[in-house]
Ligand binder design. Structure first.
Ligand SMILES: Cc1cc2nc3c(=O)[nH]c(=O)nc-3n(C[C@H](O)[C@H](O)[C@H](O)COP(=O)(O)OP(=O)(O)OC[C@H]3O[C@@H](n4cnc5c(N)ncnc54)[C@H](O)[C@@H]3O)c2cc1C
Length: 423
């Protein structure tokens, strides 16, 4: 089949790779001049297959309120919020308070995480891409005794699904991460032993090049303006290049993987995808003392900041901010991220000269991504991956390829069905 994929982020590129290796004739349309240049660029670099969970978490609703007003709190919202923010928050509350939904969605996401890990390992075996990728585990630190108690429940859930994890004492944490000599409070950690890391931007670019060598046609610097459709089928994509010329791209099948911008493409076809851009920030610094740096990826629950080792660099990431598409990077946010790193790994990197970045998680109000058939028989969606698009990219590419080919997907996709927001 001739298949056009809209979006050259990590999700679009992995989808293109999976479809190409199954023998399809694939084209990717991307408005940037390279792959992985939007949300896939500066993320926290975790392939956290064991840590995927829905955004609409009933336990978070009351915890989140004090975070909004605390100076260092991880959750921020513009005051007054826009209509889009309010709509998104109300919808989130509705899902958070739907009895049993969080647990079902969490299990569905974890099953996709398990599959994604398998697909990543196969891909890395096959292609050997340089993207500072590792599978050395992930630590969720406990900065209070209550946090450590809470990890026992997670540990039991992971065991039920066959995902290896261990509850560690502070000494075991320091043994695993000898560079952690800072004075941040530490009562232990939950270790996700089979999780991984990797530079999502580098991976997207390297995989895009591997795809091109295998025959995938990448059209950069083009904006997909609309999907031209009959009542049954999409006929073509209308795209505009930098020269302002309009062009039509025909195909047998169309896949939308346009991250935060997916909703506006499919809305004219009658499908509502309430994807909201949840903002976050990162710092990337060259290590000055690698012995003092994390060996893998550390979630500091004190500041809700993630610090990840990427070769000879440190990536530190934080904040969940509801301010629509606003690309400002306030100093106060960066100061909090630096404070977290210094409280755990003092002196590991020169954080003052770090590269700074902001991006938007393509978040659905309930949490699971949107994976499946769209509102026309030859239109498919792999988008709305929120906080976990890097982690779930390889798995979601595999299951959307199954759906496109009409075979039973390797993972049940009920929780990810595109039509759920209007049910
Ligand atoms: C601060 C932060 C930390 C994160 N940390 C992690 C993490 O540690 N682990 C993890 O798994 N995930 C993480 N994420 C989430 C992850 O980065 C995203 O889920 C993932 O990058 C989404 O990939 P995507 O391909 O769907 O979207 P994008 O990377 O945004 O790609 C979509 C692409 O579509 C293109 N596009 C859109 N509309 C059009 C159009 N009309 N025409 C042409 N091109 C178009 C865009 O230019 C873009 O390149 C984090 C996100 C943030 C913001």
């Amino acid at each position: 089949m001739r298949i056009a994929v809209v979006g050259g982020g990590v999700v679009g590129v992995t989808t293109a790779w999976e479809l190409n290796r199954r023998g399809h004739d694939v084209m990717v349309l991307e408005r940037h001049d390279r792959a992985g240049n939007e949300t896939s660029k500066g993320n926290a670099a975790q392939r956290s297959y064991g840590v995927v969970y829905p955004w609409a978490d009933p336990a978070m609703v009351f915890k989140a309120l004090p975070w909004l007003v605390k100076q260092d709190g991880p959750l921020k919202m513009r005051v007054p919020p826009s209509l889009e923010t309010l709509r998104f928050m109300l919808s989130t509350l509705r899902y958070a308070w739907s009895p049993g939904l969080f647990g079902l969605n969490r299990r569905a996401m974890l099953r996709l995480g398990i599959h994604s890990r398998e697909r990543f390992l196969a891909l890395e075996d096959e292609l050997d891409l340089p993207f500072d990728g590792q599978h050395r585990g992930l630590l969720h630190l406990a900065s209070t005794p209550a946090a450590l108690d809470g990890y026992q429940e997670v540990h039991r859930l992971l065991a039920e699904l066959g995902i290896p994890s261990r509850v560690l004492t502070p000494d075991q944490v320091r043994e695993a991460e000898p560079g952690m000599v800072g004075d941040g409070p530490l009562y232990g950690a939950l270790s996700y032993d089979t999780d991984g890391t990797g530079d999502c931007h580098l991976f997207s670019r390297e995989l895009a090049q591997a795809c091109e060598r295998a025959g995938v046609d990448f059209r950069y610097n083009v904006e997909v303006e609309s999907l031209e459709a009959d009542p049954d089928r999409v006929r073509a994509l209308a795209i505009r290049g930098v020269d302002g010329q309009l062009e039509r791209i025909c195909g047998d099948v169309f896949v939308v993987s346009a991250g935060c911008w997916s909703g506006q493409l499919v809305k004219p076809l009658g499908l509502d995808l309430p994807i909201y851009p949840v903002k976050g920030y990162s710092l990337t610094a060259t290590l000055t003392d690698s012995a003092r740096a994390p060996t893998s990826t550390i979630h500091d629950d004190n500041y809700k900041v993630v610090s990840t080792r990427l070769g000879d660099r440190l990536r530190a990431t934080g904040f969940v901010e509801l301010t629509d598409f606003n690309r400002d990077i306030p100093d106060a946010r960066l100061a909090t991220i630096r404070k977290s790193v210094e409280s755990r790994f003092p002196g590991c990197a020169d954080l003052d000269t770090a590269e700074t970045w902001t991006g938007f998680r393509p978040m659905t109000p309930d949490g699971p991504a949107i994976i499946g058939k769209g509102p026309r028989e030859n239109l498919f969606l792999n988008t709305g991956h929120g906080t976990f698009g890097w982690t779930l990219s390889a798995g979601s590419a595999s299951v959307i390829a199954d759906v496109i080919e009409g075979s039973t997907p390797a993972v049940c996709l009920d929780a990810f069905r595109p039509g759920r927001f209007s049910e």
